[in-house]
Design a protein around this ligand. Structure first.
Ligand code: NAP
Ligand code: F7E
Length: 333
């Protein structure tokens, strides 16, 4: 892309999993990339600067609207991707107020910052909405999976806060004619996933068990089922949503669902262990006051209208994560 026509993007959540994948994708596409980073000494700053040297970091916080206005004035973006959030469902029960402030009201702070700095209404806005808004209960679950039309029933302070973010995004689209959309994304994982999430916790432990660095893993409930895809595929879908003629919301999912037990089976097989049970202990500390039993998404609309389709399947996802963690952990032996 020629320098003069370079598109500009502002990302929130650059230090997280999706922020990293998205920055890499937008860089490949020739964007000039800006991202907000919070805190006076963010422990992930150095690694972020090393991995994404082409990203300009701006100090700002989703809880501080004036800092978001300044970030908009500095970045002058064509597109804003709001990926920042308190994103851990279990943690949201421990800090529900912070979750409401950042995951919920943070979306409004960002939308207002855009409105105040973009009088011509040109900026396109992506909101990281989530399958956690559906809640995974039997009564509202269509057989082929949740769609953009399904009813919501969030089961955690995180899900409730995200539902606010979803509705305020829709409201700004309808009220102010903003190009503001939600991607309703089902779980997506990969080598950049935080170890506090169950897939990476498992693949990291499996690698360490193989290398003799750990004897077992402690987990909560093993029966919940998730529609797990690869994060690299999902950021492509986010970008596609902002390239359309019309602002619309889309579900991104694989259309398959698997239990944590199935994930354990495949992950342990990667290191030659057929029976994972002796290596797994259940610990109630990792159970939640209310659980989301089963998530399954129907990505038909995104496939038809965006031409989006996930490339990595479930066994491929587990394999790439275990291989990545074996490579990282083997440097510690
Ligand atoms: P993640 O790895 O947990 O990253 C969350 C990001 O939010 C981090 O960069 C974090 O920065 C930032 N953040 C937290 N508090 C903030 C604040 N007050 N101000 C500014 N930034 C703040 O999450 P992810 O997996 O990449 O997910 C990206 C987004 O998609 C999130 O909104 C998540 O809720 C949503 N989502 C994720 C999935 C999934 O399966 N991954 C599915 C659906 C929706 P610090 O380093 O400063 O903490
Ligand atoms: O839990 C169970 C846990 O924390 C998955 C976020 O990105 O995806 C993610 O939310 C399942 C749950 O992801 C442990 O109870 C058992 O049933 O990996 P998770 P999540 O809650 O599905 C959605 C779509 C988002 O939007 C969120 O931001 O695994 N589980 N034992 C455990 N979970 C964790 N974390 N740790 C355990 O030890």
């Amino acid at each position: 892309m020629a320098e003069a026509t370079k598109k500009r993007a502002l990302i929130t959540g650059i230090t997280g999993q999706d922020g990293g994948h998205l920055a890499a994708l937008l860089h490949e596409k020739g964007y000039e990339i800006f991202a907000i980073i919070r805190g006076q000494h963010n422990p992930r700053r150095e690694a972020t600067e090393a991995e994404y040297p082409y990203v300009t970091l701006i100090e700002a916080d989703l809880g501080d609207q004036s800092s978001l206005i300044r970030a908009m004035q500095t970045a002058k973006p064509d597109e804003v991707y709001n990926l920042g959030a308190i994103s851990h469902v279990g943690y949201s029960f421990k800090d529900p107020m912070l979750t409401a402030d950042i995951t919920g009201k943070g979306v409004l702070n960002m939308l207002e910052a855009i409105r105040l700095t973009d009088p011509e209404n040109k900026v396109r806005f992506y909101q990281a909405s989530t399958s956690e808004m559906y809640g995974g209960l039997d009564y509202n679950r269509p057989e082929k999976g949740y769609t953009e039309e399904s009813a919501f029933h969030p089961r955690s302070p995180y899900g409730v806060a995200k539902l606010y973010g979803y509705w305020i995004t829709k409201n700004y689209r309808e009220s102010y004619d903003m190009f503001a959309v939600s991607g309703i994304l089902f779980n997506h994982e990969g080598e950049r996933r935080g170890v506090e999430f169950v897939t990476r916790k498992i693949t990291n432990a499996v690698a360490r068990i193989k290398l003799g660095l750990q004897t077992h893993i402690e987990l909560g409930d093993l029966w919940p089922q998730r529609d797990w895809g690869y994060a690299g595929d999902y950021v492509e879908g986010m970008w596609l949503m902002l390239q359309q003629d019309e602002p619309k919301d889309y579900v991104l999912a694989t259309g398959e669902t698997h239990s944590i037990e199935e994930f354990l089976t495949l992950a342990f097989k990667e290191i030659g262990i057929d029976d994972w049970k002796p290596y797994v202990k259940q610990n109630p500390a990792f159970m939640r006051p209310a659980e989301v039993d089963l998530l399954l998404g129907d990505p038909t609309k995104a496939e038809k209208e965006l031409g989006w389709k996930r490339k990595v399947d479930f066994p491929g996802l587990v394999k790439l994560m275990v291989e990545h963690d074996l490579a990282i952990e083997s440097t510690k032996v």
